[in-house]
Design a protein around this ligand. Structure first.
Ligand code: PGA
Length: 253
């Protein structure tokens, strides 16, 4: 059985003060939920403050990206060990990193292998752009992202990876995919691609989340799908009630 996960990607939002307020208003109801792994991914500057507030809870903390080198002359970058000091998780290959900051399957793969080395749980994002979707290239794109992004990863660590299927056209647009459409991609392309890399039993143990305009209103539609194990939430993770509602929809009690 795969434990559902709901992860909040705050993106480039929140000052330390704002982060403290948001965590303060969410943490009590989130702490009560059973059967769901909840992870918050604030910007780097808020990690320490959020880490302090989450101390002693089961709520996980994640970074939104990291570089693969251990240390050195890489101005502006953050290393796996720096992330590991505060976090258990790291988002890798988010479409905003790919489309706006030039990350490729190959550089995402280097980050993934570095996460493995640092013992961080990667939340590895894949998904097609609107143009790729409209030209019916979703399968090709997602399969390539899975095969190249996870290349060289051993099957001992593979079950730790969390894959997030995020169609780029659904991110921040208010136009979510449908449960059925997302599940189709997850089963047909993502799980099949994972099985090719790691074998079916390992692929079956890997959690796959949906992301893209998830709200407390549409979350249950995604969570009821067989292949979908939770959500990576952007905009709605900045609103306490919405995020709690989404986490509740994924929880078993
Ligand atoms: P959204 O973002 O929920 O605001 O669409 C999702 C994401 O980018 O992870």
């Amino acid at each position: 059985m795969r434990t559902p996960m709901v992860a909040g990607n705050w993106k480039m939002n929140m000052t330390v003060e704002g982060a403290r307020g948001l965590v303060f208003s969410m943490s009590a109801p989130l702490r009560e939920l059973k059967g769901v792994e909840v992870v918050l991914c604030p910007p780097f500057t808020c990690l320490q403050a959020v880490h302090a507030l989450l101390e002693g809870s089961d709520i996980g903390l994640g970074a939104q990206n990291m570089y693969w080198e251990e240390k050195g002359a890489f101005t502006g970058e953050v290393s796996p060990m720096m992330v590991k000091e505060l976090c258990g998780y790291v988002i890798l290959g988010h479409s905003e990193r790919r489309t706006r900051f030039g990350e490729t399957d190959e550089t995402v793969n280097r980050r993934l292998l570095a996460a493995r080395k640092a013992d961080l749980t990667p939340i590895f994002c894949v998904g097609e752009t609107l143009e790729e979707y409209e030209s019916q290239r979703t399968s090709e794109v997602v399969r390539r992202q899975i095969a190249r992004g996870l290349a060289g990863l051993d099957s001992v660590f593979a079950p730790r990876v969390v894959v997030a299927y995020e169609p780029v056209w659904a991110i921040g647009t208010g136009k979510a995919s449908t449960g059925e459409n997302a599940n189709g991609v997850v089963q047909r392309d993502i799980r099949a691609g994972l099985a090719e890399l790691f074998g079916k039993p390992t692929a079956d143990a890997i959690r796959v989340l949906y992301g893209g305009s998830v709200t407390s209103t549409n979350a249950a539609e995604f969570f009821s799908q067989e292949g979908i194990d939770g959500a990576l939430v952007g905009g709605a993770s900045l609103k306490a009630d919405d995020f709690i509602g989404i986490a509740r929809a994924a929880a078993s009690g």
